[in-house]
Design a protein around this ligand. Structure first.
Ligand code: E4P
Length: 213
């Protein structure tokens, strides 16, 4: 399983990229709004920093509007992936982007059937939202497992991005259940690097080194 970072914050993206683990970036309108910057300018900064897929979401609700927006986004850099919501109009847009060889990430996926439809329309990625399903008492990880099994059984090459990741356990389980990618907030990336026994171990090694006779 690869790591994407789920943010529009350029400092966090640079820091994560320096770790050598970053295969891509996902943004959404809420994350961009938090930054208070021009969307296109920020995408230029991000795509200059990260070579992998950078998901940029459309805000139109009709296919025609999505296609127009997506073409503009895709023109920013070759590694832009157009993020499209899982709706009837979204699927029409995904098909059009697929015909144009523009990569797509179908977002707000909450069922295996939605993932299958998105894949058949030509999506490059589907994003099941784990945390938001867990929030309403459903099992987000079960959805990842179902999508993974269906895609394997039917030889579908659309990649599964475990999204709406809230904590380290989501990451281990997403990897075990067949997600190709987890898109992770910067805070959770930090959490998965750390372990208290690692910190204690470093402290003991340093103490022993400094107290040698
Ligand atoms: C994924 O592409 C989304 O941007 C994101 O993971 C949503 O996460 P949230 O449910 O924490 O807002």
């Amino acid at each position: 399983m690869k790591f994407f970072i789920d943010t529009a914050n350029i400092e966090d993206i640079r820091e994560a990229n320096a770790l050598g683990i970053l295969a891509g970036v996902t943004t959404n309108p809420s994350l961009v709004a938090k930054e208070g910057v021009s969307f296109h300018d920020r995408l230029r900064e991000i795509t200059a920093e990260v070579a992998g897929s950078v998901s940029a979401e459309v805000i139109s609700e009709d296919a025609e509007g999505m296609i127009g927006e997506g073409k503009e986004l895709a023109a920013i850099a070759p590694n832009i992936t157009v993020k499209v919501p899982m709706t009837m109009e979204g699927l029409k847009a995904v098909k059009a982007f697929s015909d144009l060889n523009i990569k797509t990430n179908v977002t707000l996926v909450f069922s295996a059937n939605q993932a299958l439809m998105a894949a058949r329309a030509g999506a490059s990625y589907v994003s099941p939202f784990l945390g938001r399903l867990d929030d309403i008492g459903q099992n987000g990880m079960e959805l990842v497992a179902q999508i993974s099994e269906i895609f394997d059984r039917h030889a579908i090459d659309t990649e599964i991005i475990a999204a709406s990741v809230r904590h380290p356990v989501h990451i281990t389980e997403a990897a075990l259940h067949g997600a190709h990618i987890a898109t992770v907030p910067f805070k959770v990336l930090n959490q998965i690097v750390k372990h208290p026994l690692t910190d204690q171990g470093i402290e003991k090694f340093l103490n022993d080194w400094n107290n040698q006779k």
